[in-house]
Design a protein around this ligand. Structure first.
Ligand code: C2E
Ligand code: MG
Ligand code: MG
Length: 555
């Protein structure tokens, strides 16, 4: 049974009891002056009527308790009838018998009023956010459910202060509350009266924009206007006497309810997904949900699950792609590439999980796994070789820019006894855009230990020549995208030629990756490229085959 229906039934029961009691009081008053209970016990009807009237009053309180709005009206009507009944008794009997009843019903009307006001306040508090005075999460759910039930279209803007935790950590809880108040005031003054603003939890605000008009432009304007300095008063900051200030950074995800069959929960989740993208983005603060986002999110969750399971259950393994000297076809070494074999036998490409891992800290676990496994696997092989070969290992930008990365590599070198001059760390151009200082100091420390450094995917457009010039790199790896068109595209040929030339000026060797045809190979040889890696001379190989290859080439 729905709550409101149950309330109405309970109220009707109370009204019925009250009317019956009033009828009884009236009947007793008219019929007897005294009530004979036994030969010795007789009660004056007035006292009996008073008792029944008290039950009536109690029932009125009960009605207010059940529903403070409707209950109060019914209670007032009942009390009014009681008063009339008391007055009528006095007029009919020409006595003052009804005075106490009249008096008690007036006091009851007043008490019912106080009680109703108390319940109203309590109800208001339950839907109000105490810090900002805005409507709260409970009211938001009620309203959103009502919109969905009535199939009224609306847009939902889910707004968060991205740096709220940092502000509260730095300046304390009171300063955090102050920021919430300021932001809520600015938000409510930026929207018109048809939109409804709520604070739902922490630094999360919701605005419901009824109607079909996409509010993203307005929200973008609000968000950018809010990115201004907020001065926190001295007495609210935990940093003591000094006045401090901060810039609240807002992010927003917008989702639409078009009036079709969806739950409010789904719309909220959609806005939350768009918000999570807005939180991560450094360039865009407002995202509007679309179905592609959901697909990406599903892929991301699936890839993350696969990575965690693979690390736990050992589904990962390594393959090794050979690299050759172009002039002599002599083996230079191998690039280590990760693979994942699921229990059903399917092999999943790193293109599926590496980009996802790079967005979370999972890439650090993958890198650690590959570093340890590749060095362990190849140490005994290197011991058998007369001539050195290089084992190249891909390392993410996140990892190389960590302050203790070089130390970590040195620890693995010590633990596996791997010869450092046979190790090459492949970093990408992205690494140079992360924490540049840490990256350079890690590279320098590793170079001192004899480790080689290769710059992978070179030519995809993120590094300036000036940046590369200053790095102690051994090897430039020309990206496959530059090689692909080299036969037909003079511009790409010139570009590859300049990269090779530039690499040599920097005292680097140059390798081309993704070389698939003999023609490409011939052109690269002509342009004096040093090494080649590609399907033309060798696909990625399982460990045993790679070992056989290097043992036979060493003879
Ligand atoms: P990458 O480091 O640039 O690796 C080269 C990719 O090109 C590899 O793809 C390799 O199999 C592929 N490749 C090499 N020669 C040819 C060719 O001639 N034709 C074609 N079509 N492809 C060729 P893979 O193994 O799928 O790896 C893709 C990317 O995933 C790698 O690009 C690297 O960025 C990442 N990755 C792979 N293994 C690891 C790893 O162990 N750690 C990290 N951090 N990233 C990895
Ligand atoms: Mg690579
Ligand atoms: Mg590459």
């Amino acid at each position: 049974m729905k709550t409101s229906f149950r309330k109405v039934v309970m109220l009707l029961v109370c009204v019925f009891i009250n009317l019956s009691l009033l009828f009884l009081i009236n009947y007793i008053g008219k019929t007897w002056t005294v009530l004979r209970i036994s030969d010795t016990l007789m009660l004056p009807t007035a006292s009996f009527q008073g008792t029944i009237q008290s039950v009536c009053i109690l029932s009125c309180f009960l009605m207010v308790f059940i529903d403070y709005k409707k209950g109060r009206i019914l209670a007032d009507i009942t009390m009014f009838l009681v008063m009339l009944q008391n007055i009528a008794t006095m007029l009919l009997t020409h006595t003052l018998n009804g005075i106490p009843g009249l008096f008690s019903s007036i006091i009851s009307v007043f008490t019912v009023g106080v009680l109703a006001r108390f319940y109203r306040k309590q109800a208001e508090n339950s839907i109000t956010d105490l810090i900002t005075g805005l409507q709260n999460r409970r009211k938001f759910i009620e309203d959103a459910e009502a919109y969905v039930a009535n199939r009224t279209p609306f847009y939902l803007a889910n707004i968060a202060i991205k740096n709220f935790a940092k502000i509260a950590d730095a300046y304390g809880l009171k300063a955090g509350d102050y920021i919430l108040k300021i932001v809520s005031e600015k938000l409510s003054s930026s929207i018109d009266s048809s939109a409804i603003l709520y604070r739902i939890v922490g630094s999360n605000f919701i605005i419901i924009f009824p109607g079909q008009k996409n509010p993203s432009e307005l929200v973008e304007k609000i968000v950018s206007e809010l990115n201004v300095e907020v001065v926190i008063p001295k007495n609210l900051s935990s940093s003591g006497n000094s006045e401090c200030s901060c810039y609240p950074l807002l992010a927003c995800g917008i989702a639409k309810f078009s009036g079709e069959d969806e739950s409010y929960n789904k719309i909220f989740n959609n806005s939350d997904l768009a918000l999570s993208l807005a939180r991560r983005s450094s360039s865009q603060s407002v995202f509007v949900y679309d179905e592609k986002m959901q697909q990406e999110q599903d892929n991301r969750l699936e890839a993350e699950k696969l990575i965690i399971e693979s690390l736990k259950n050992d589904y990962f393994y390594l393959v090794y792609q050979p690299q050759f000297e172009i002039a002599t076809k002599k083996l230079r070494g191998f690039e280590t590439l990760i693979r994942c074999k699921k229990p059903d036998g399917t092999i999943v490409s790193p293109a599926f999980y590496i980009p996802v891992a790079e967005k979370s800290n999972l890439i650090l676990d993958i890198d650690d796994y590959v570093l340890m496994r590749a060095m362990k696997e190849f140490k005994p092989v290197l011991d058998q070789l007369k001539e050195k070969i290089t084992i190249s290992i891909n390392v993410s930008a996140k990892n190389i820019s960590k302050i203790d990365f070089a130390q970590k590599i040195e620890k693995i070198i010590d633990a596996t006894q791997f010869p450092p001059d046979c190790l090459e760390i492949e970093i990408t151009e992205y690494s140079l855009s992360e924490s540049m200082q840490n990256t350079i100091s890690n590279i320098n420390q590793l170079r001192k230990r004899g480790v080689q450094i290769a710059l992978d995917d070179f030519g995809t457009g993120y590094t300036s020549i000036a940046q590369v010039m200053n790095l102690p790199i051994n090897l430039l790896k020309i990206d496959k995208s530059l090689i692909d068109d080299i036969e037909n595209n003079q511009r790409n040929r010139d570009l590859v030629d300049s990269v090779i030339y530039m690499g040599h000026i920097m005292n680097c060797e140059v390798i081309s990756e993704g070389v698939e045809s003999e023609n490409q190979l011939a052109l690269l040889k002509e342009h004096k490229c040093d090494f080649v890696q590609g399907f033309v001379w060798g696909k990625p190989l399982p460990y045993d085959t790679a070992v056989e290859m290097c043992l036979s080439s060493d003879k």
